[in-house]
Structure formats: C-alpha cells, structure tokens
Design a protein around this ligand. Structure first.
Ligand code: NDP
Ligand code: GDR
Length: 365
C-alpha cells in the first residue's frame, strides 16, 4: 500500500485529492493546522475513527511555518508521495499579509524539501508542489505554457515563484522526484466563499432566494481559465506517477471574463442579467426571469462594483495550453464551464436550505 501525505488536506483540493487517493487504495495522512473552531467540513465524509483497525486516513496537526513539526510528521509517516497544497491561497489577501504569505507559501515549500533531505528520503519520497498560473501574471504570451516566462503580480505569486524554483532546484541539485503542477484556476462546490466563482454562485443563489439584495464585486474584465477541482487533482496524481519528474501546465484552454461567469450563474436560476455603465459605475441589471420559482423585478440592480475588491496589480488574462499534460499524462478534463457553474449553483441553493444564510458573507474577499 502506498502512503501519501497531503498538506492543506482540509482545503478545496486537499479534500478532492484525499478522496481520490483513498479510492486508489492509498494510506492517506493529512496535515491540518489548529483552528479555534473545527474546520474539517470538506473532509468529514472521509473521517475514520482512529480507534478502529486498518484506518487509512489520519489527520496530524501541523503548520507550514514550523520546520520541526514537518520533519516529525514526515519521519513518522514515511510517505511515498507528498502533495504540498497548504498555502495562504487568496491573491488579494496576500497584499494585506505579504510576509506571512512568503513564509507559508515560499519558505514553507523549502521546509518540506529540506525535511526530505534531512530524513534522507530523497530516493523514496516524491513531492508535488502546487504551483499556479498566477506565476504568469502580466501577460507575456498566450496561451500560457510550461516555457512561457513568469511575471508575478502579487505577494502570493512572488512567494509561489520562490516555491516553484526551489522545487526545480532540489530536483536538479539532489536528484529528488519533485514536480510543479502549474494549475490554472479550478473551482467546485467546495471552493472557498471569497474566491470570485463561489462568491458569485453563493451571491446569485442568495439573491434568487430573496436573502440578499445585491452582490458587490471587483474587476469584471479579468479573464480566467476555469476548470473543475476534481479533474485537477487527478492531474496532480498523474504528475507523480511518471518515470521522470517534470513540470506540467494544467488548464482547459478556454478563458472567460468574470462578467460572463456572473451571467451564467444567474441564468441557471432563469434570471437574465445584462451589464450597463463602465468601470466603477458598471451594474448588472435583471432583464427577465424565466423560472417561476425565482422572480425578481425587471430593472433590479443585482451586481455592483466596489473598489475594495480591486487588487493593486491585477492579472488580466489567463488561458492555458495543457498540450504537454494531454500527451504525456493522458490527462483530459471531464467538466466544461457550463457543467461547473451548474454544479456550483445547485450546491449553493441546497446549502442555503440546509444551513441558512449569514449576512456578512457576501461582503468579504
Ligand atoms: P484552499 O485555500 O482551499 O486550501 C488551502 C489549505 O492550506 C487549507 O487547508 C488551509 O488551512 C491550509 N493552510 C493555509 N496556511 C497554512 C499553514 N501555514 N500551514 C498549514 N496549512 C495551511 O486552497 P486550494 O485547495 O484551492 O488550493 C490548493 C493549493 O493549490 C494552494 O497551495 C493554492 O495556492 C494552489 N493553487 C490553487 C489553485 C486553484 O485555483 N484552486 C490554482 C493553482 C494553485 P485552513 O483551512 O486552516 O485555512
Ligand atoms: P485568483 O482567484 O486571484 O485568480 O486566484 P479569484 O477568484 O480570487 O479572482 C479571480 C479574478 O476575479 C476578479 N474579481 C474578484 N475576485 C474576488 N476574489 N472577489 C471579487 O469580488 C472579485 N471581483 C472580481 C479578481 O480580481 C481576479 O482577476 C485563484 C486562487 O485560487 C490562487 O490560489 C490560485 O493560484 C489562482 O486562482 C490560480
């Protein structure tokens, strides 16, 4: 039985990856940092009582800013594969917490690589680093592929640039099986509520149900290459199963402006939205409602721009070329954007039924 260690196991990708690896028969260890309230909701369905026999899923308290703790967990678990998914992953927040982001996202990766070296596991343990399309930043070339130059545009992206290169360096210097997956945006019903897609699907669901009046957003012109997290964790696993370690771009090859994602989300509940005005005055207005269950007055403003959600430096256009992953890994996404939006909207509508609604949520992120 293979053993995997996932950092950031209770995050969006950690949850899907843990599920995938358990299905494949792995022993899965997850690192989770301490929080004042339990926040394992995304992985609760995978929980196994540690008092039982043959438990294949275990959680360990840990933090990417604590070397001794990482060394101890790796020593105890002796993983064949480490997936380094833990990070302060919000680009806008990284402008508010730049030093912490560098520590957790940049130096945190170094700590893991050094732990492998200290424990002399270079030949045993393969490591996946969660690199990002944010490395491309200011557009140099489209579509972006493995050879496209990087130009990071946020403290998050700069920290991830360090993590990218230290992974490459440890591969070259010590012969470690260490790989970067350069993943473009991927979303799901498990996406954090302050990333734009989930903010939109939650907002559209709340507005359709009459729980929220208007959704405030930032840059409507930004374009992203959005895939489904389920497809992307499959790529992570495939990257670590090759004969030789290499870096791969994972993307759908389709790019969509934030504005169109909003239209698609509202359309799922039969609410047609059109945009008027420009810049900070742009608004999304209801033009028709085709579903009896979700009726809003024509002309109602449901989307408004709030400058607090703009970033000091923005990444305007991301579109990935995953030819290498398709050819070498045989990777192919199963979801397209309409299927992703549908799944997220249905999930958010159901979640309001289950859990109710908290009014401050739509103001964050
Ligand atoms: P999430 O924000 O959903 O999850 C991040 C995880 O990291 C959470 O479990 C979080 O714990 C944990 N974490 C944060 N800081 C620390 C720390 N100091 N020590 C230990 N754990 C920590 O991110 P995603 O699942 O979406 O992304 C996974 C990884 O992939 C991240 O590294 C992200 O930067 C990267 N990435 C994501 C992409 C995407 O589109 N989703 C695209 C490309 C790269 P807690 O719940 O306590 O906050
Ligand atoms: P991103 O994701 O920055 O690409 O990073 P996010 O969903 O936060 O933003 C995408 C684009 O939408 C614009 N935007 C808004 N964003 C947020 N969060 N809130 C808003 O109200 C809003 N309005 C417009 C943003 O300006 C941006 O252009 C994600 C993270 O998962 C990273 O960890 C990962 O590395 C990259 O994707 C690939």
């Amino acid at each position: 039985m293979k053993t995997a260690l996932i950092t950031g196991v209770n995050g969006q990708d950690g949850a899907y990856l843990a599920e995938l690896l358990l299905q494949k028969g792995y022993m899965v260890h997850g690192i989770k940092r301490r929080s004042s309230l339990i926040n394992t909701e995304r992985i609760d369905h995978l929980y196994q009582d540690p008092h039982e026999q043959n438990v294949r899923f275990r959680l360990h308290y840990g933090d990417m800013t604590d070397s001794t703790n990482l060394i101890r967990i790796i020593q105890e678990t002796q993983p064949d594969e480490i997936y380094n998914l833990a990070a302060m992953s919000h680009v806008k927040v990284s402008f508010d917490e730049p030093e912490y982001t560098a520590n957790a996202d940049g130096i945190g990766t170094l700590r893991l690589l050094e732990a492998i070296r200290i424990l002399k596991l270079e030949k045993k343990t393969r490591i996946y680093q969660a690199s990002t399309s944010e490395l491309y930043g200011l557009v140099q070339e489209v579509p972006q592929k493995e050879t496209t130059p990087f130009y990071p545009r946020s403290p998050y992206a700069v920290a991830k640039l360090y993590a990218y290169w230290i992974t490459v360096n440890y591969r070259e210097a010590y012969g470690m099986y260490a790989c970067n997956g350069i993943l473009f945006n991927h979303e799901s019903p498990l996406r954090g509520e302050t990333f734009v897609t989930r903010k939109i699907t939650r907002g559209a669901a709340a507005i359709a149900l009459g729980l929220q009046d208007c959704l405030y957003v930032g840059n409507l012109d930004a374009r992203r290459d959005w895939g489904h997290a389920k497809d992307y964790v499959e790529a992570m696993w495939r990257i670590l199963q090759q004969d030789a370690p290499e870096d791969f771009v994972i993307a759908t090859g389709v790019t969509t402006p934030v504005r169109d994602f909003i239209r698609m989300a509202f359309e799922e509940v039969g609410i047609m939205v059109e945009f008027e005005g420009e810049g900070a005055n742009e608004k999304g207005i209801v033009t028709a409602c085709t579903n009896d269950a979700y009726q809003l007055p024509k002309g109602k403003v449901v989307i408004a721009v709030d400058s607090r959600y703009f970033r000091p430096t923005e990444v305007e256009l991301l579109i990935g070329d995953a030819t290498k992953a398709r050819t070498k890994l045989g990777w192919q996404p199963q979801y397209d954007l309409p299927a992703l939006v549908k799944e997220m909207m249905q999930s958010d509508l159901q979640e309001f039924d289950r859990k109710g609604y908290s009014h401050y949520e739509h103001l964050m992120g």
